[in-house]
Design a protein around this ligand. Structure first.
Ligand code: DAH
Length: 344
């Protein structure tokens, strides 16, 4: 029996030495150590041995089993190690490889210019207000001293949705909405950026949709000089400290007196060039002292309160500041155009 066990051991070790895969190793384990394996069979036959023989043979059987197990275990460890190494190698990240930069978007140039203008006015204590783009005729016109059939409505050809609802033609209705909210009490200092719509034929300087920023200041003792000082400070921050302004008498139904405001040409500094058509001046906004009727309709007592207002076209300001020749560039989303303003 002892010889059989030794032969079994030799056979097993020989076969194990030729094992070349995890699967084969599993098969060997079952073959030699399994319940139906030869070792189990030998052990089962131990019952037939005499009491003296049994311990010695038992010892040999255990040794054989131990030897086979040891080889299997060590092979198993080898396979495990190899597998781990393989996995680690597959999962290796080469941190020295150059990364793939993701495409980073940028704000639209109009958004940036709006932000620049907002920053300037916020620095002067203003807050930013908003109003609806689909507006009531009352707020867009009537409450701004433009009754139905008033000829000045022709200044702004409108897209009507119903008889009383239209796409706002200006951001001025936000003035009225803000004053109404205040119920005739207390000071106001707001700017309101937003889109406006007019029935214009699109060309290099006109668009049926564009962006305005409205400004409104209401308080006791607000004078024309406050308007002038505010606008001078604003244009100097936006276009440079050397910028000057010029106010020309004008007409808007919601302001009295009204003024159009020019700035010295940012291209030539006032000497005269293509951009300012040799005049040295560029018109950038409309403004004036809020008409007493507008104050009254919105609930403010014109005997107690006065105010100024202004409205500017953001596209026009951006075009002047960055020498852009066609307003349509802002809306056609050509990346070659937009990318030039990623860092302004
Ligand atoms: N709403 C005017 C326009 O679209 C611009 C304007 C002029 C606004 C004078 C004002 C203002 O607030 O006082 O042409």
């Amino acid at each position: 029996m002892k010889e059989r066990l030794e032969a079994l051991k030799a056979e097993a070790l020989l076969e194990l030495a030729q094992v070349a895969s995890q699967q084969q190793l599993n098969e060997m384990r079952i073959k030699y150590l399994g319940k139906k394996g030869p070792l189990t069979e030998v052990l089962r036959g131990m019952g037939a041995l005499s009491a003296e023989e049994r311990p010695a043979i038992g010892q040999v059987a255990n040794d054989v089993r131990g030897a086979i197990e040891a080889v299997i275990e060590s092979k198993q460890a080898e396979y495990q190690q190899a597998e781990t190494e393989l996995r680690l190698r597959a999962e290796t990240i080469d941190v020295t490889l150059p990364g793939k930069p993701g495409a980073i978007g940028a704000m639209h140039p109009l958004g940036k210019v709006i932000q620049q203008i907002e920053d300037i006015f916020i620095g002067m204590g203003y807050t930013v207000a908003e109003g609806p783009e689909v507006e009531q005729d009352y707020y867009n016109f009537e409450a701004l001293n433009l009754p139905k059939n008033h000829p000045a409505r022709d200044m702004q050809d409108s897209f009507y949705i119903t008889e009383d609802i239209l796409m706002r033609t200006q951001t001025s209705p936000v003035q009225v909405r803000t004053m109404e909210k205040m119920k005739g009490q207390g000071p106001i200092r707001i700017i309101c950026p937003g889109r406006v719509y007019r029935r214009d034929d699109d060309d290099a300087t006109h668009s049926h949709m564009f962006t305005q920023i409205e400004g409104l200041v209401i308080d006791r003792n607000i004078r024309m000089s406050d308007l002038k000082g505010t606008l001078l400070q604003f244009v100097q921050e936006l276009f440079g400290q050397d910028t000057k302004i010029r106010m020309r008498p004008s007409f808007f139904p919601f302001t009295e007196p009204s003024a159009e405001v020019d700035v010295t040409c940012s291209m030539c500094g006032g000497a005269g060039c293509r951009v300012c058509k040799q005049t040295g001046w560029l018109e950038i906004l409309g403004s004036g002292m809020v008409h007493p009727r507008v104050l009254e309709m919105a609930g403010y007592d014109p005997e107690e309160y006065s105010g100024f207002a202004f409205g500017l076209g953001v596209e026009r300001v951006a075009m002047l500041k960055y020498d852009i020749e066609d307003i349509r560039h802002f809306y056609t989303n050509d990346l070659r155009f937009l990318k030039q303003f990623a860092h302004i």
